[in-house]
Design a protein around this ligand. Sequence first.
Ligand SMILES: Nc1ncnc2c1ncn2[C@@H]1O[C@H](COP(=O)(O)OP(=O)(O)OP(=O)(O)O)[C@@H](O)[C@H]1O
Ligand SMILES: [Mg+2]
Length: 340
Amino acid sequence: MRPTGGAAVTSSEGQPVEQAAISVTALSKHFGSVLALDRIDFEVRPGAVFGLLGPNGAGKTTVIRILTTILRPSAGHAEVLGHDVVREAGVVRRLIGLAGQYAAVDPNLTGRENLRLIGRLTQLPRARIRPRAAALLERFDLAAAADRPVRTYSGGMRRRLDVAAALVPEPPVLFLDEPTTGLDPQSRNALWELIRELVGDGTTVLLTTQYLEEADRLAERVVVVNEGRIIADDSPAALKARLGNTVIELGMGDPARAARAAAALDGRLAQAPEVEGARLRLTSPDGSEALLDVLHLLETGGLVPRTVAVRESSLDDVFLALTGHRTDPPADPAAAGDAP
Ligand SMILES: Nc1ncnc2c1ncn2[C@@H]1O[C@H](COP(=O)(O)OP(=O)(O)OP(=O)(O)O)[C@@H](O)[C@H]1O
Ligand SMILES: [Mg+2]
């Protein structure tokens, strides 16, 4: 116990200050003339899911590679559980699990052999390896296929095995680079459920995704990255609230009618409508009232819409508002040209 009167007491007695699980400060990365990351800052609290969201080429994998000690930053600083990813790379490696964007398991080994191999490589105590592999195969619904070579697995099974592989050493911090790209909705839901369970057990998860819904469903905080820069850092709910909670989409039949409808509404609403082909899109904080106003204005102008849809705003709408363009549709991993 310190004598009173000392300087700079930063925590109340007996209450350790909560340390960030991941902290990134002014992190930059150049690849030749390409500036892949431009002074990125964020912090992740322990036991949370943190989402790194952005389109192709935004810099998501580069962040993960730096945090998992695969790449060195060009400038700036990053820590995992208080350990510098460059100076203490060896310590960091023992604290993390990584399921990369492209499968890291050996296709010629069985699922079980892959997990046991990773147990040995990560120096899990010998007696723990077999039960750990068996438990993970069970948990990831791979027990029936456990003794088949991985090359006979479906894409979804490989993806699950990949995440299982990252969990073999029971890491307190887990990095998942686009964990559900290429999965069908059922497998995606199953993996989301697993991620929630892991976090319930105290694991910190940083995941990257191009699926706005995924970040929305899992992450308590989301950083949106575009061209190496952070363009938003907030909770999914706050991001959505920024542009109004309701999106009204009107199908006008053809682009000319849509343009006339936009002109008829111009200046009559809080926000100018957005035209996309034959469709008009409006956002509003008070869904139904705005909808009645809009329909009334259009009816007066002889421009009754062909279709009307009212929905909650998605993170995709947020992305559009932040960058001026929608996110690209997620790439088919089998067709991805940038695989190593
Ligand atoms: N080893 C490398 N050499 C040269 N350029 C690179 C290298 N790795 C990444 N880049 C470039 O850095 C930028 C960010 O790439 P990164 O892989 O981090 O994007 P991403 O957000 O993960 O994209 P995706 O959604 O397609 O996986 C891109 O312009 C990419 O071409
Ligand atoms: Mg990537």
